[in-house]
Ligand binder design. Structure first.
Ligand SMILES: [Fe+2]
Ligand SMILES: [Fe+2]
Length: 269
C-alpha cells in the first residue's frame, strides 16, 4: 500500500510531534494509519460477522488481549518496558504503559475540552480506552472498575457505559454508528445481550448523556494537524484524579492488582 508521507506526518501532529515519538510508537502509529487508510479504500464494503469469526483460527492470539502483552506486527517482538517510578501515578501510566492508545484518548479529551464538556466528561474521555493496555474485551466495564476508586462517580459511569452506547446511534446527540465497528465486528453484528440490556437501561437513566458524550468525543482517526499534549489536562487530573499516596498498585485497593499487572506484565505468574 502507498503511504502519503506528508499526510501521515501531518496526521501525527507534524514533524515535531513525530520526533518525540519512540520507534515503537511510530511503528504502531503507522500500523493504525494503514488500517484506517485500508478501511477508507475499502469504503462501504464491510465483512459479515461470520467472516470475522472465520479469522479467529488464523491468529496466534485473541483480539481481546491487552496491548501490553503482545505485538500484532508481523515478525516484530515485544520490547523491554521502561521501569515505573516507585509510587506511580496515573500520568506515569499514561507515559510508560498505555502506549499508542494515549494518543487516541488525548485527542478525545481535547475534543471534549474544545466543545465545552464538564471536567468529569473530559476526564472520562482521557481515561476511556486506556484499559486496552490490560485487556480489550468488555473494556468499558474493566476500565470503569479499574478507575472507580480514584475518580468521580460520573466519570466511571461514563467509562463503563460508553462501550454499550458505541453500538447505538444517537444522531441528535451527534453520534453515528461508526464504520470502524462494521469492520471490527461485521456489518450484521448484533451486540451481546448484556450490551443490549445496558442500552435499554441507559435510555431511561438520568446520566444517559455522560457515556453518550464520551462516544460523541470518541475518535478513531488521527486528526490531521492536531498536536495534543498532556498539558491542558494536568489541572483537571489534579482536581479530579485521586492518586493514592502509596502509588497506583501499592495502595491495597480492590483494583490494585490491575495496576500492578501493568507495572510488571513480564512476570510469568
Ligand atoms: Fe472504547
Ligand atoms: Fe475510544
Amino acid at each position: 500500500m502507498e503511504i502519503d508521507r506528508r499526510h501521515f506526518i501531518a496526521a501525527l501532529g507534524g514533524a515535531a510531534a513525530v520526533k518525540l515519538m519512540s520507534h515503537e510508537a511510530r511503528a504502531e502509529a503507522l500500523e493504525a494509519y494503514m488500517m484506517q487508510e485500508l478501511n477508507t479504500q475499502a469504503a462501504k464494503k464491510f465483512p459479515k460477522a461470520a467472516d470475522i469469526e472465520a479469522q479467529i483460527e488464523t491468529r496466534s492470539y485473541r483480539r481481546g488481549v491487552g496491548n501490553l502483552f503482545l505485538t500484532t506486527q508481523a515478525n516484530a517482538k515485544v520490547k523491554k518496558l521502561d521501569p515505573m517510578p516507585r509510587k506511580p501515578t496515573f500520568i506515569d501510566f499514561l507515559r510508560y504503559r498505555f502506549g499508542q492508545i494515549s494518543n487516541h484518548v488525548l485527542q478525545s479529551a481535547n475534543r471534549a475540552m474544545k466543545t465545552g464538556m464538564t471536567e468529569e466528561i473530559i476526564l472520562a474521555c482521557l481515561l476511556h480506552d486506556t484499559v486496552h493496555a490490560l485487556i480489550k474485551t468488555d473494556h468499558g466495564y474493566w476500565g470503569a472498575q479499574m478507575y472507580a476508586p480514584y475518580v468521580p462517580e460520573k466519570t466511571s459511569f461514563a467509562i463503563r457505559y460508553h462501550q454499550a452506547l458505541r453500538f447505538y446511534e444517537d444522531k441528535k446527540a451527534g453520534y453515528e454508528y461508526p464504520d470502524l465497528y462494521r469492520n471490527l465486528f461485521g456489518e450484521d453484528y448484533v451486540p451481546a445481550p448484556h450490551i443490549q440490556a445496558d442500552y435499554k437501561m441507559l435510555l431511561n437513566h438520568k446520566w444517559y448523556m455522560e457515556p453518550r458524550l464520551v462516544t460523541v468525543n470518541d475518535l478513531y482517526a488521527f486528526e490531521p494537524g492536531v498536536v495534543v499534549t498532556l498539558d491542558p489536562f494536568i489541572d483537571i487530573i489534579g482536581r479530579l484524579f485521586k492518586d493514592p499516596k502509596e502509588g497506583l498498585g501499592n495502595d491495597n485497593s480492590p483494583v490494585a492488582h490491575m495496576w500492578r499487572t501493568m507495572i510488571i506484565p513480564d512476570n510469568p505468574l
